[in-house]
Design a protein around this ligand. Structure first.
Ligand code: PLP
Length: 457
C-alpha cells in the first residue's frame, strides 16, 4: 500500500491529474488515462501503489542501470547525508565526493584522454555545458566566428534552449521556436529510413559522411564550433551506425578542426557494451556529455568531460578565462557519493560486459517480434533496442499514437507485469544493465502476449 500521506490510492491518483504536469505528454491525456504510480523498487522490478510488481524493461528512463534500491548506493548516500548533504563547488569551495568522482572519471576515461570534468544536475545541463565550453574554447583560441553547431537528424540532446536547438526531431523544437541561430542538421545513418533508400549500412555511412562534408563546406568550417552526436541515437529510435561511421566522423572533423561532442547521456557507463559509446566505436571525442548511468538516477547529476586539447584553452598564461557557467548543484555531494558507489558496482559487476553478453542474447530474442504484421524492424546494440511499428511492412508508414494497437500493446504488457515504453512509433527497450537472460525471457514472454493482443485489435 502507498506510503504517502494521502488517505487512499484514489486520492493520490486524482491529485496527480489535478496538480502535476508530466514531461512529454499533453496534460489532457494524463487526465484521461491516469499514470502508473510507482511506489517501490527492487532490482529489475518496481511495484505500483497497489503492490503490483512489474519488470522494468526501460530502467525507468534509460538510467537505473544498477537496478532499483541497491543497498550499496543507498548506504553511500546515507553516510554522506550524515556528514554533509551539500556544499557548493562555486569558485573556490569544494567537497570530497565531488573530488573523488572527478578523479575516478579521469581514470575511467583515460583511454579517451579526458582531462577535466564540469558537474551539473542532469543530461540537459551537461549538453548545455558542452555547447558553452565549445564556444568559449574557440573564443579563447582567437576564433570567435566558430560559434555554430552541427548535429544529426533524429538526435536528442535534452530540453534547454541550446540542446533543443540541436535536437534532430522537430517534435522537440516547434513549440519553443525561435531557438538558437546557426544550428544545422546532417543526415543520420538510419538504414530503415533515409533519403537515398540505401539499406547497406556501410554505404549509407559513407553517404552520410559525404553529405556532412558538403554541409561543412556550405556553412564554412571557420564558422563551426562543434558537431554533437549520440554514439547510438536513443530517443530518436535506437539508430545504430555502421562501425565505419564514427571513425569517419572523427577524421572528417579533424580535417576542419571542428570539435566532436559525444552525447553519452544514454550510452555512457556501459549500455552498449563499453564504458562509453564513442569508445565502443574506437573514437576519442573532444567533449563528452554524461548523466543517467553515472549514478543510475539515485540523485540528479550530470557531467561534461573535456580532453586535453579543449582544457588547454583555459591554461594559456595571461589569458583571462573565467568559466562564467555553473549550477548551484554542480558537484552535489549526495549525487557524487551516489555516483562513486554506483560506479564501484559498474566496475565490480562488469556491467559493460553484461550489457554486451546479455544484450546480444536480448537482440537475438527480440528478432522473434519480426513475425508480427506491424513490426517493420527490430534493431539495437547491447542493452538498447527499438521495435519499429508500421502500418504495413511494405510501405513502412509509421504506426503512430493515438492508436488502439499501441494502447493494447502497452496495456497488455502492464497487466502481464512489465513496463514497456512506446515513443512515437518505436517500442524502446533499455533495461537495467544487471538484466539476466531469465529477465530477457520474461520480457519476451510478456511482449509476445502484448503483440498477439495488439494484432487482434
Ligand atoms: N541527451 C540524450 C542523448 C538523452 O537521451 C537525454 C535524455 O534522455 C538528454 C540528453 C537530456 O537529459 P536530461 O533528461 O537528464 O536532461
Amino acid at each position: 500500500m502507498s506510503t504517502t500521506s494521502f488517505d487512499s490510492p484514489i486520492d493520490i491518483r486524482s491529485a496527480n491529474a489535478q496538480h502535476m504536469y508530466h514531461p512529454m505528454i499533453d496534460p489532457k491525456a494524463v487526465q484521461a488515462a491516469p499514470p502508473l504510480i510507482i511506489d517501490r523498487g527492487e532490482g529489475v522490478h518496481v511495484y505500483d501503489i497497489d503492490g503490483k510488481r512489474y519488470l522494468d524493461t526501460v530502467a525507468s528512463l534509460w538510467n537505473v542501470n544498477v537496478g532499483h534500491n541497491r543497498p550499496e548506493v543507498i548506504n553511500a548516500i546515507k553516510a554522506q547525508l550524515d556528514k554533509l548533504a551539500y556544499y557548493s563547488t562555486f569558485q573556490n569551495t569544494s567537497n570530497p565526493p565531488a573530488i573523488e568522482l572527478s578523479a575516478r572519471l579521469m581514470r575511467m576515461f583515460a583511454p579517451e584522454k579526458m582531462n577535466k570534468v564540469f558537474f551539473s544536475s542532469g543530461g540537459s545541463d551537461a549538453v548545455e555545458t558542452a555547447l558553452k565550453l565549445a564556444r568559449q574554447y574557440w573564443k579563447l583560441n582567437g576564433q570567435p566566428d566558430r560559434h555554430q553547431f552541427i548535429s544529426l537528424k533524429w538526435g536528442y540532446h535534452g530540453v534547454h534552449f541550446g540542446g533543443a536547438s540541436i535536437n534532430g526531431n522537430p517534435m522537440f523544437r516547434s513549440a519553443y521556436e525561435p531557438l538558437l541561430p546557426g544550428c544545422h542538421l546532417a543526415e543520420t545513418p538510419y538504414t530503415y529510413r533515409n533519403p537515398w533508400n540505401e539499406t547497406d549500412p556501410a554505404k549509407l555511412a559513407q553517404l552520410c559522411l559525404d553529405q556532412l562534408a558538403q554541409l561543412i563546406e556550405q556553412v564554412g568550417p571557420h564558422n563551426i564550433a562543434a558537431l554533437v552526436a549520440e554514439p547510438v541515437q536513443g530517443a530518436g529510435g535506437v539508430i545504430v551506425p555502421h562501425d565505419s561511421y564514427w571513425p569517419g566522423l572523427r577524421q572528417l572533423l579533424d580535417q576542419h578542426g571542428i570539435l566532436l561532442i559525444s552525447d553519452e547521456i544514454v550510452t555512457g557507463f556501459g549500455r552498449i557494451g563499453a564504458m562509453c559509446g564513442a569508445g565502443a566505436w574506437g573514437v576519442a571525442p573532444d567533449i563528452m556529455a554524461m548523466a543517467k548511468g553515472i549514478n543510475s538516477g539515485y540523485v540528479p547529476l550530470g557531467a561534461t568531460l573535456i580532453n586535453e586539447r579543449v582544457a588547454s584553452a583555459w591554461d594559456q598564461p595571461g589569458v583571462p578565462a573565467a568559466l562564467m557557467h555553473g549550477y548551484t548543484y554542480s558537484g552535489h555531494a549526495l549525487a557524487c557519493a551516489a555516483a562513486n558507489a554506483n560506479l564501484d558496482i559498474v566496475a565490480s559487476e562488469d556491467l559493460p560486459g553484461n550489457a554486451s553478453r546479455v544484450g546480444a542474447y536480448m537482440q537475438d530474442k527480440l528478432q522473434e517480434l519480426m513475425a508480427y504484421a506491424h513490426v517493420g524492424e527490430v534493431r539495437g546494440k547491447g542493452m538498447m533496442a527499438a521495435v519499429e511499428l508500421v502500418t504495413d511492412k511494405a510501405s513502412k508508414a509509421m504506426l503512430l499514437p493515438p492508436s488502439a494497437y499501441i494502447q493494447t500493446l502497452v496495456g497488455t504488457a502492464r497487466s502481464e507485469g512489465a513496463i514497456i515504453r512506446v515513443q512515437g512509433n518505436r517500442l524502446i527497450l533499455s533495461p537495467p544493465l544487471v538484466f539476466t537472460r531469465e529477465n530477457v525471457d520474461e520480457a519476451l514472454r510478456v511482449l509476445h502476449l502484448a503483440f498477439s493482443a495488439a494484432e487482434k485489435v
